[in-house]
Design a protein around this ligand. Structure first.
Ligand SMILES: [Cu+2]
Length: 101
């Protein structure tokens, strides 16, 4: 009986997770990292990078500053890692390193 309760809880968690994938804004962030981004030249670059990050699984909120060359990303560490976020930034055509806290 106890096992059944645990199983039900797992299925409920999984369902919540699946909903979060469909609606990125409902991701619960448990970490925020800042990345130094090089290669952004205009507001279009910043906007493009913002949308690439925002559409990545596990990302809750994204804030990209062109003037400070910084991308601030709040994310769920169970779904995505800072290394993976750097890869997303690189795939969007920029270079990124983790900013010092
Ligand atoms: Cu640009």
């Amino acid at each position: 009986m106890k096992n059944l309760l645990i199983l039900t809880f797992c299925i409920a968690s999984f369902t919540l997770g699946a909903q979060a994938d469909d609606n990125p804004s409902s991701v619960t962030a448990n970490a925020t990292n800042r990345f130094v981004v090089t290669g952004m030249h205009c507001g279009g670059c910043a906007q493009g990078l913002t949308s690439e990050l925002r559409h990545s699984k596990g990302v809750a909120t994204v804030s990209v500053s062109l003037t400070n060359k910084l991308a601030t990303v709040a994310f769920d560490t169970n779904q995505i890692t800072s290394a993976r976020l750097i890869k997303v930034i690189r795939e969007a055509g920029f270079k990124a390193t983790l900013a010092k806290p």
